[in-house]
Design a protein around this ligand. Structure first.
Ligand SMILES: NC(=O)c1ccc[n+]([C@@H]2O[C@H](COP(=O)([O-])OP(=O)(O)OC[C@H]3O[C@@H](n4cnc5c(N)ncnc54)[C@H](OP(=O)(O)O)[C@@H]3O)[C@@H](O)[C@H]2O)c1
Length: 330
């Protein structure tokens, strides 16, 4: 009997996106010089957006969904990879222009893959996922602008989400004093267990605010955009820095020039999808060194492969706490 592989596939029919499980043949699992037995994937906000088609993330008539995967190389024509290597894929157009990680078997280009550093299992890699790797990129961006623990308090918005929870864990492990902003005040103890010193209600930041406000934050990691980011910019200390990677509140940025011109503040964009390979490798090395894997375990929600379509709606409604790991299974 011909071997087939279970995959979650998106098809665009008459402009509408249909999402469902299919059994794919070896010829349908993608193109490239490396084949991977996928062990784990994850559910990110962007996966939810892709399945809802609220933003046209899927840009092909048919592809395998999932922006992340981690697994073991089963065949390779690429000199960087050998059979048995543990690898991770984050972004690089997966689930946008070519096949992604919601599949038992994936063939892809070696240039998209990072070899996992020793000390991170494929399950832990997906517990981190694109959200956690983006949190690491955000922290590295702050560091490169000279932010150190002595600079003062660092705010993390969208605190209970994937980027937020990993950012809190990383920053507190690195010695920063962290304030978490959340819409789920019932998660305050959880956020403190990750390392937040203080927790504020996101309602303090989510409404239109003054152009300049009392300085509160030396730096911030934002994944919300919209009024939240505008208020954070208005509340940065002199020479304060905020990274912006996401749009959980909205795509808009109703800010103004005053904090930039009068307080010397910096707004730093963070993109994980097309981050160059050396930066990715550095981020994964740093995650292996700086992330407390016991804390990571506390962030995990396990999602069976079959439940991914239903869970996608929940992540868009902010109903998933921490990091959602999908066990693909053979
Ligand atoms: N640029 C990149 O490469 C990149 C990479 C990864 C992620 N992202 C983006 O970053 C964002 C977060 O991703 P994620 O995976 O961490 O998502 P997530 O797990 O769904 O977390 C987002 C969090 O934002 C908060 N939130 C939700 N709705 C909100 C609203 N209306 N106003 C204010 N806060 C709200 C919630 O936290 P609380 O309940 O604690 O308030 C939620 O848990 C998404 O927009 C994602 O697309 C971008």
């Amino acid at each position: 009997m011909t071997q087939t592989y279970k995959a979650l596939v998106a098809k665009r029919l008459d402009g509408k996106l249909a999402v469902g499980f299919e059994q794919l043949s070896a010829a349908e699992i993608g193109e490239g010089d490396v084949e991977i037995a996928v062990e784990y994937s994850t559910l990110n906000y962007k996966d939810g957006l892709a399945m809802s088609d609220a933003i046209p993330i899927v840009q092909q008539d048919k592809l395998i969904l999932g922006i992340d995967m981690a697994g073991t190389v089963v065949s390779s024509d690429n000199s960087r990879f050998s059979v048995g290597d543990k690898v991770v894929l984050n972004g690089y157009g997966a689930s946008e222009t070519h096949n992604g990680g919601y599949t038992q078997r994936l063939r892809t280009k070696g240039e998209y893959l990072v070899k996992l550093p020793a000390g991170i299992s494929t399950r832990q890699a997906m517990a981190i996922g694109t959200a956690g790797y983006t949190a690491m990129l955000s922290v590295m961006r702050l560091e490169r602008l000279g932010v150190v623990p002595e600079s003062g308090v660092v705010l993390v918005t969208g605190a209970s989400g994937g980027v937020g929870t990993v950012a809190i864990s990383l920053l507190s492990a690195l010695g920063y004093r962290v304030t978490a902003s959340t819409g789920r005040m019932e998660e305050a103890d959880f956020l403190k267990s990750l390392g937040a010193s203080d927790v504020i209600n996101r309602a303090e930041l989510s409404e239109p605010g003054e152009m300049m406000q009392a300085p509160r934050w030396a730096a911030a990691v934002d994944s919300c955009g919209s009024h939240t980011l505008a208020n954070v910019i208005a509340q940065l200390h002199y020479s304060g820095v905020v990274t912006a990677c996401g749009l959980a509140q909205g795509l808009d940025l109703p800010s103004n020039m005053m904090p930039f011109a009068l307080r010397n503040v910096s707004l730093l964009g963070v993109d994980s999808v097309h981050a160059p390979m050396p930066l990715r490798e550095e981020a994964w090395r740093r995650l292996a060194k700086d992330l407390d894997m016991a804390k990571l375990e506390a962030l995990l929600v396990n999602i069976p492969f079959d439940d991914v379509p239903a869970a996608a709606g929940k992540i868009l409604q902010g109903q998933i706490r921490g990091r959602a790991v999908v066990e693909i299974g053979s």
